[in-house]
Design a protein around this ligand. Structure first.
Ligand SMILES: [Mg+2]
Length: 182
């Protein structure tokens, strides 16, 4: 019989379990995607406009090269620890993202994108991720380590007592935006 945490884990529309997985619970590692596993450098210019061009930004995700440093880090994670990819990408491109992960042989167990009703304009990436961490914990999914290229998000993980590891992408260094990207 499924326990309640498994039921919660499978019913959130923006939580995408990897093929063959029916549930997820217990310790996991969280990985950000853009700037950690995916090289979104060629799309950052779409955000550095008076009005960010989100269509342009998200339209280019399939062309991202994998980031070898991030993949090396992921490969170093204990193989029995599931990997949850927690990205601020919109849920509309979840399937495109899943195809990218498959194409580049990235190990993952669950992908979490922004819920369909949410947007970068309404919720800062750090606040969206904080809500998702609470939901993960409520569902019995307990991150033991979290990797991100946004220092504010790394600090947010520490609010929960989760060890946050910062990977520099450079996307935030010259950005006038509050968080520079996703
Ligand atoms: Mg990022």
């Amino acid at each position: 019989m499924k326990n309640s945490s498994q039921l919660i884990a499978t019913r959130r529309p923006n939580w995408h379990l990897a093929h063959g997985r029916v549930a997820l619970s217990g310790p996991v590692v969280l990985f950000d995607l853009d700037g950690v596993l995916a090289d979104a450098g060629h799309r950052q210019h779409f955000l550095h406009l008076a009005e960010p061009n989100w269509e342009g930004f998200y339209g280019g995700v399939s062309a991202d090269a994998p980031l070898q440093n991030g993949l090396a880090l992921l490969d170093a994670i204990r193989p029995d620890l599931p990997v949850v990819i927690l990205t601020a990408r919109i849920d509309d491109i979840a399937q495109t993202t899943i195809e990218w992960l498959k194409q580049h042989g990235v190990r993952w167990d669950m992908l979490v994108c922004r819920p369909p009703a949410d947007s970068d304009e309404s919720t800062m990436a750090v606040d969206y991720k904080r809500l998702e961490v609470r939901a993960l914990l409520d569902a019995g999914i307990t991150p033991v380590l979290a990797i991100d290229d946004n220092r504010k998000i790394v600090a947010m993980y520490e609010e929960f007592g989760i060890v946050g590891a910062y990977v520099p992408s450079g996307y935030y260094d010259n950005s006038a935006r509050y968080d520079g990207g996703v």
